[in-house]
Design a protein around this ligand. Structure first.
Ligand code: ZN
Length: 330
């Protein structure tokens, strides 16, 4: 089945407030960016606001393609097509291929460990039996993993998450962090969600970020960050990570807005770009600060135009890197 580990089953739409927020962001970019960054950094907006103008494709959503009410979450209906929108090699933020790292032990994040979890696996489509096997997530039993969603063109969430993860790794390594990916072309499917959590735990990660894109109704737009709920059940106990994970998530959301210019989700999170969930094994089983990022809605034509843009993905990775870096330097 293709139920996504991270996708909201019942998206809600908040059209009017979001449109207003976007308009305000266009008119007073510093104020809007400052609001979220203020939340994210506890008041020290040391990076400067940089929201794009209203003419930017990334900030003009919310007015078109909104006919009808949101139905159930669309499922990917096409097989992955490797020939469409192939992932591009990771680049540094200077646009130069390669992985410019400081010498070991140098850089502001030296000694800090970040685990990046690329949501899903491009091979999951071919291993439905394996990924449908149930695993214990503390509160429940749930599918090992899912295929993830896809755009109408066949560009898959797994391709997207692999690409952004590599870009993010490059950026964090430049700051001196030790970075581990939960998987990278090294296994035909998975890992299961419990193993994804375990990888971060065993690495004693200072921060873990699980990267996704949503598969919601047309007209549902924008990014959101998912935070762990307080869960204490079976093998799950998030009591130690709820606070720091929220701190991490607020910083990531604030910097994501600032760097990409994308608005927070217009269908959940009450325009904060933040959502709290207790049904995700990847969060329930984590013992280290962890958040999920849903970068946009692959089923919306305007969001998918961003998600398939290498330039936008680089900005998305930069926003996440800045948020993580801010969290680790706090
Ligand atoms: Zn996903």
């Amino acid at each position: 089945m293709s139920y996504d580990e991270s996708h909201s089953p019942a998206p809600r739409r908040r059209t009017s407030r979001t449109t207003l927020t976007i308009a305000i962001a266009a008119l007073v970019p510093g104020a809007f960016a400052g609001w979220l960054v203020w939340q994210a950094t506890g008041g020290s907006d040391d990076d400067g606001g940089q929201v794009r103008s209203a003419s930017s494709p990334s900030t003009t959503g919310g007015s078109g393609g909104r006919a009808g009410s949101p139905g159930p979450e669309p499922r990917p209906s096409t097989s992955p097509s490797p020939s469409e929108s192939p992932s591009e090699p990771a680049r540094g933020d200077d646009g130069v291929p390669g992985d410019a790292r400081p010498a070991p032990g140098e850089g502001p994040l030296a000694g800090r460990v970040v685990v990046i979890d690329p949501g899903h696996n491009p091979g999951n489509f071919k291993h439905t039996t394996e990924i449908n096997k149930l695993v214990d997530i503390g509160t429940n039993r749930k599918e090992c993993d899912t295929t993830g969603t896809a755009g109408n063109s066949g560009y898959t969430e797994a391709e997207f998450t692999a690409d952004v993860s590599q870009r993010l790794r490059t950026l964090l390594r430049k700051e001196g962090a030790t970075v581990k990916l939960t998987h990278e072309n090294d296994r035909p499917w998975g890992p299961c969600v419990d193993e994804r959590a375990e990888i971060g735990n065993k690495a004693k990660a200072d921060a873990v970020i699980s990267i996704h894109a949503d598969g919601s109704a047309v007209g549902n737009r924008g990014f959101h960050v998912i935070l762990p709920a307080l869960v204490k059940s079976g093998g799950a106990d998030t009591s130690e990570i709820v606070g720091p994970s929220r701190d991490l998530g607020e910083r990531v959301a604030g910097h994501f807005v600032r760097v990409t210019g994308s608005a927070p989700s217009n269908y959940l999170g009450d325009d904060t770009g933040l959502d709290v969930r207790d049904d995700l094994g990847g969060l329930n089983l984590s013992t280290v600060p962890k958040v999920f990022v849903e970068c946009g809605n692959m089923r919306d034509s305007k969001d998918i135009a961003l998600l398939t843009s290498a330039d936008w993905r680089q900005k998305a990775a930069q926003g996440m890197a800045d948020g993580i870096s801010s969290f680790l330097k706090r």
